[in-house]
Write a protein that binds this ligand. Sequence first.
Ligand code: HEM
Length: 104
Amino acid sequence: MSFVVINAITVPEGAGAELEARFGRRAGEVDSQPGFVHFRLLRPADGRSTWYVYTEWESREAFEAWASSPAFQHGHRGQQSSGPVSTSAELFTFEVVDLDTPQG
Ligand code: HEM
């Protein structure tokens, strides 16, 4: 079952461009992680100040393996070196409902 993890990152007024610039320089190590499917950075289009980091995985285990791997640390090197750009972050997890396969 596909597993989606979304990190909702809220930034101070005017710091959105810096956040996007950091993702533009991202390590890209997640792309070669086993079970990784997709990554998207979603910019708010309604004046809010929360960006959404959308990641999709083949399974929860695949996400958890990455989240506890050196690749996760390397992928967040910018956070360690230049300090956080965000004021808060909230994590959401989802299972993708397979509508083609009847439940039960
Ligand atoms: C306090 C929590 C977090 C903050 C503020 C944060 C912020 C960032 C930032 C600014 C980057 C760009 C690279 C850098 O500057 O380091 C990054 C990379 C990334 N973040 Fe996070 N992050 C957090 C936790 C997470 C979590 C829990 C996920 C799970 C979905 C996630 C997913 C990603 C991905 C996929 C990348 C790209 C890594 C790569 O290219 O290998 N982040 N994050």
